[in-house]
Design a protein around this ligand. Structure first.
Ligand code: GTP
Ligand code: MG
Length: 266
């Protein structure tokens, strides 16, 4: 297990009368992975948890203080709605996606469900496409242990190139170490550069072709930080973006979309 072992860390909940916020954390993850449980543990708030009626469909804000040795930091934390993707097909996806794109945050804690790692990682890879400001919290490790699921955290961390901290949000196990590590990333003491999805050559060629054409018609989009992501969305069939393309009559792009190869979920 990746135990960071912060010797002198303390989480202080229910804080009031603070004058400034030092850093903002966004909590991202599939539904039911323990985002609100972690949020409640950190803030001392009582956001509803569980499948029903606790489902989070709006973003909720809270605050906590984190003490490391003599230093103190006030954190704002945002509990985003649970999503399986950030394609913006559902209201939840739209809220989460818009926040990840346009919101102001210093780090996104992506919560992985240790009992359903594969599904969790699909979303994680999508988030890696839009930001490097990430850390992974592997939650429900107690439940995984009960089910006999063993995860090689070191190996996974090495593959993803993102720190992974196993936690139990329900009891608060290792949460201080998660925040400590997140703080090190925010401060730039640890550099994170997630291993992004590498498409097969034939798909990469199509991406490049679409990119070329789009940037010819929309020169202003050329340096857009999410240009590649936008192209991947076009290939996925994102209606809003395709509509935009149709209006501009980008015939070749439409043709490519029609004849696209079968895509993995990005
Ligand atoms: N055993 C165990 N249960 C947990 C843990 N963390 C959360 N849970 C339980 O998992 C369920 C879902 O937790 P929530 O915090 O509501 O999940 P969420 O990610 O906020 O869900 P949405 O708001 O629907 O996206 C609740 O019943 C929690 O009590 C954990 O570390 N271990
Ligand atoms: Mg929730």
């Amino acid at each position: 297990m990746n135990i960071v072992d912060c010797q002198n860390c303390q989480i202080i909940k229910n804080i009031k009368n603070f004058t400034k916020i030092d850093y903002t954390i966004a909590l991202v993850g599939n539904p039911n992975v323990g985002k609100s449980t972690l949020f409640n543990f950190l803030t001392g708030m009582n956001v509803k948890v569980g499948n029903w009626p606790g489902k989070t469909v709006t973003k909720i804000e809270g605050f906590f203080e984190f003490k490391v040795n003599q230093e103190k930091f006030v954190f704002k934390i945002i509990d985003l709605p649970g999503v399986y993707s950030i394609f913006s097909f559902t209201p939840e996806e739209e809220i989460t996606r818009n926040f990840l794109f346009l919101g102001s945050y210093d780090i996104a804690i992506i919560i992985l469900d240790a009992t359903n790692l594969e599904k969790s990682l699909v979303l994680a890879f999508q988030v890696f496409e839009v930001t490097n400001k990430v850390i992974l919290a592997l939650n429900l490790v107690d439940e995984a242990k009960r089910k006999g699921i063993i995860i090689d955290v070191e190996k996974l961390q090495e593959k993803l190139k993102v720190p992974i901290i196993p936690i139990i949000a329900q009891t608060g196990y290792n949460v201080d170490n998660l925040i400590y590590k997140a703080l090190s990333i925010i401060k730039g003491e640890i550099k994170v550069n997630p291993n992004k999805y590498t498409p097969p050559p034939e798909l990469e060629k199509i991406i490049q072709d679409i990119q070329k054409e789009i940037t010819e018609y929309y020169p202003e989009i050329k340096n857009h930080p999410f240009l590649r992501w936008i192209i991947l969305r076009i290939l996925e069939g994102d209606k809003i973006i395709i509509e935009m393309i149709k209006n501009k009559n980008l015939k070749t792009v439409e043709e490519k979309i029609k004849n696209k190869p079968i895509l993995p979920i990005l």
